[in-house]
Design a protein around this ligand. Structure first.
Ligand code: C2O
Ligand code: CU
Length: 568
C-alpha cells in the first residue's frame, strides 16, 4: 500500500514537472524602426519590426508565455497588440493606444508579457496606434500543446498567408489628410500576399510569393487579413479549400472554393495538392458593400507551383473570386462557420444571459470645424464620424486602464448606454440627416465579473450602410445568430445557434443587418471593442468594457509592470 502511494506520488510529481515544462517561455526583441522598402516601382521608408515586412512570425504552443522587449527606434509613437490573445487578468500588455497604455515614444522601450490560455490555431500581432499597423504586423502560430494533436491529419507543411494593403505615399500622410479634410481616406494602391502585390502590378513580377507544393500532400494555410480597410475574398484556382479554424479556435471542416476574411480575422484552411501538375494563381481582392466608398479595386496574386517536370499551361489557371459587392457570397461563407466541439475543445455557449446589450454601429457626420476655410470633404460638406450607440469615442489623454487602476477621475465616465438613444428603422433607405450627428465622449461600459453578456450589433444605414468587422479584446465570443434588416427581439432569438456557433474575436456585421454574440466576462481589466476597418476606428467606432474583479484571489486584475510607458 505504502509502495503504491509512493508510486502514485511519483507519477503525480512527474506529471506536475512535465506540466510546468510543457509551458515554454519565449523571448523576442522587437526593434521598431524606419526601413526602406520598394513596391510598385517606388521606394519609401516604412515602419517595420526587425527590418522585416511582414514582421516576424511567432511560433508557440498552446498555453505558452511570450515576453517581447519592444524598442521604439522609429520617429513616431507606437504600441503593439496581440490580436486575439486573451491575456488573462493582464490587460497591461494588450496594447491599444490610450485604452490600456500610453504609447511607447521614440527612444523608449516596453517589455510586454503575453500569456496564452485556450487559444490554438492562428492569431496575429499588430501595432495599435494611429495607422502604424499597416506595416507593423505579423502572424502568431499556436500549435497544439506538446503531446496533443491537431483535430485533423498532420499537414505536410504550414504556411502563413498574410494579406495586407500598400499605399505609395506615407501612411501617416494618408491618415493626416483624411482626418484634416473630413472625407474618406485615399484608397490603397495595392493589396499584398506575404508582402508582395503579385504580377498584375507594375514592377512586381519577380518577387511574387510562390508556394511550392508536392502532389498528393496536404498543406495548412494560416490566412491573416492584416489589411487596413477592406474585407477580402481569397481563393486558389482549381483547388477547394477546407476551413478548419478561425481566430485561434477550431471549426468543423468546411469546404469552400473561396474564403471571405475580415481585417483582424484569421482563417486556417487545408489545401490538398490534388490537381494536375501545373502552376495556379491564388488571389485576393476587396469585398465592399458601399459603392460610394473609394476602394482599391486591384487584385493581388501569388503562385501555387507543383514540384515536377512539366511546362505550366498558358494561361495559368486563375481563381473565380466573388464580385466586389457580393454580399451573398460573404454571408454564405461567414454564416457557415461552426465550432468543432470535440472532447478536447468543448463548446461553452452561455445559455442564460445576465447582461443584454443592443449596440448600433453607424457611420455619422459632424459639422466641419468652425474655423475651416472650405467645406469638409464628407457628405454635405461635413466631416465623417462613426459611432457605437451614437457615441463617437474620443481618446483620453491618460489611458483608461491607468485611470481605472489608479482611480484618476475625469478621464472617462462609465455611462456607455446599453441601448441606442433612439429606436428608429435603422436599415431604412431614407433616414433623416438630423440623426447623423453623434455624441463625442469617452464612455465605458462596466461589466460584473462572470456576467454572461449578449450583444446584438445592429448595422444602420445612416450615411451609408456597410459591413462592420467588430472585434473584442480580451475575450472570444460565440456568434449565435445574424440576419438581414432590423433585429426582431421576439422572433430572431428563436433561431439562435446555441449548439455549435463559431468562437471568434472578429465578426463582420453584414451591411444593414444584425449579428448577435455571447461571451462570459471572466477577464478583469479594460478591453477595447471596435470596428477593424481602420477608417471607422479613426472616426470613433469604438468603446471599451471594464470587467470588474471577481471575489476569488485568481479573479483579480494583476498589478502593472514597472516600465509601463508614461502618459505625461
Ligand atoms: Cu486587431 Cu484592436 O485590434
Ligand atoms: Cu466599420
Amino acid at each position: 500500500m505504502k509502495l503504491f502511494v509512493l508510486q502514485l506520488f511519483g507519477v503525480l510529481l512527474l506529471g506536475a514537472i512535465l506540466h510546468t515544462q510543457a509551458r515554454t517561455t519565449h523571448h523576442h526583441t522587437f526593434i521598431v524602426e524606419e526601413t526602406p522598402y520598394t513596391r510598385l516601382c517606388s521606394s519609401k521608408n516604412i515602419l517595420t519590426v526587425n527590418g522585416s515586412f511582414p514582421g516576424p512570425t511567432l511560433y508557440m504552443h498552446k498555453g505558452d508565455i511570450l515576453i517581447v522587449d519592444v524598442y521604439n527606434k522609429g520617429n513616431q509613437n507606437i504600441t503593439i497588440h496581440w490580436h486575439g490573445v486573451k491575456q488573462p487578468r493582464y490587460p497591461w500588455s494588450d496594447g491599444p493606444n490610450y485604452i490600456t497604455q500610453c504609447p511607447i515614444r521614440p527612444g523608449q522601450s516596453f517589455r510586454q508579457k503575453i500569456e496564452l490560455s485556450d487559444e490554438e490555431g492562428t492569431l496575429w500581432w499588430h501595432a495599435h496606434s494611429d495607422w502604424t499597423r499597416a506595416t507593423v504586423h505579423g502572424a502568431i502560430v499556436i500549435y497544439p500543446k506538446k503531446g496533443t494533436k491537431y483535430p485533423f491529419p498532420k499537414p505536410h507543411a504550414e504556411i502563413p498567408i498574410i494579406l495586407a494593403e500598400w499605399w505609395k505615399s506615407q501612411i501617416q500622410t494618408v491618415l493626416n489628410e483624411f482626418l484634416t479634410n473630413g472625407g474618406d481616406p485615399n484608397a490603397s494602391d495595392a493589396f499584398l500576399i506575404n508582402g508582395q502585390p503579385g504580377e498584375f502590378y507594375p514592377c512586381s513580377k519577380k518577387n511574387t510569393f510562390r508556394l511550392a507544393v508536392e502532389y498528393g500532400k496536404t498543406y495548412l494555410l494560416r490566412i491573416v487579413n492584416a489589411a487596413m480597410n477592406n474585407i477580402l475574398f481569397f481563393s486558389i484556382a482549381n483547388h477547394q479549400l477546407t476551413v478548419v479554424g478561425t481566430d485561434g479556435a477550431y471549426t468543423k471542416p468546411l469546404k469552400s472554393d473561396y474564403v471571405a476574411i475580415s481585417p483582424g480575422q484569421t482563417i486556417d484552411v487545408l489545401l490538398h495538392a490534388n490537381q494536375p501538375l501545373n502552376h495556379y494563381y491564388m488571389a485576393a481582392k476587396a469585398y465592399n458593400t458601399a459603392p460610394q466608398v473609394h476602394y482599391d479595386n486591384t487584385t493581388t496574386t501569388a503562385s501555387l507551383q507543383y514540384a515536377g517536370n512539366y511546362t505550366p499551361t498558358s494561361p495559368v489557371p486563375f481563381p473565380a473570386l466573388p464580385g466586389v459587392s457580393n454580399i451573398t457570397a460573404s454571408v454564405n461563407f461567414t454564416g457557415s462557420l461552426r465550432s468543432l466541439g470535440d472532447a478536447a475543445h468543448p463548446i461553452n455557449v452561455p445559455l442564460d444571459v445576465s447582461t443584454n446589450l443592443f449596440f448600433t454601429v453607424s457611420l455619422n457626420t459632424l459639422p466641419c470645424d468652425d474655423n475651416a476655410t472650405s467645406p469638409c470633404a464628407g457628405p454635405r460638406g461635413r466631416r465623417f464620424a462613426a459611432s457605437v450607440n451614437n457615441n463617437s469615442f474620443v481618446a483620453p489623454a491618460v489611458d483608461v486602464l491607468e485611470a481605472y487602476y489608479h482611480h484618476i477621475h475625469g478621464i472617462y465616465s462609465d455611462h456607455f448606454p446599453s441601448f441606442p438613444p433612439l429606436f428608429f428603422n435603422f436599415t431604412a433607405s431614407n433616414i433623416s440627416a438630423v440623426l447623423q450627428t453623434p455624441n463625442r465622449k469617452t464612455e465605458v461600459r462596466v461589466l460584473e465579473y462572470g456576467s454572461t453578456v449578449e450583444i446584438v450589433f445592429q448595422g444602420t444605414n445612416l450615411v451609408a450602410g456597410i459591413d462592420h468587422p467588430m472585434h473584442l479584446h480580451g475575450h472570444s465570443f460565440y456568434v449565435v445568430g445574424w440576419g438581414f434588416g432590423n433585429f426582431d427581439k421576439n422572433k430572431d432569438p428563436l433561431n439562435y445557434n446555441l449548439v455549435d456557433p463559431p468562437l471568434q474575436n472578429t465578426i463582420a456585421v453584414p451591411k444593414n443587418s444584425w449579428t448577435t454574440i455571447r461571451f462570459k466576462a471572466n477577464n478583469p481589466g479594460v478591453w477595447l471593442m471596435h470596428c477593424h476597418l481602420d477608417r471607422h476606428l479613426s472616426w470613433g467606432m469604438d468603446m471599451s468594457f471594464i470587467v470588474k474583479d471577481g471575489k476569488g484571489s485568481n479573479e483579480k486584475l494583476l498589478p502593472p509592470p514597472p516600465d509601463m510607458p508614461k502618459c505625461y
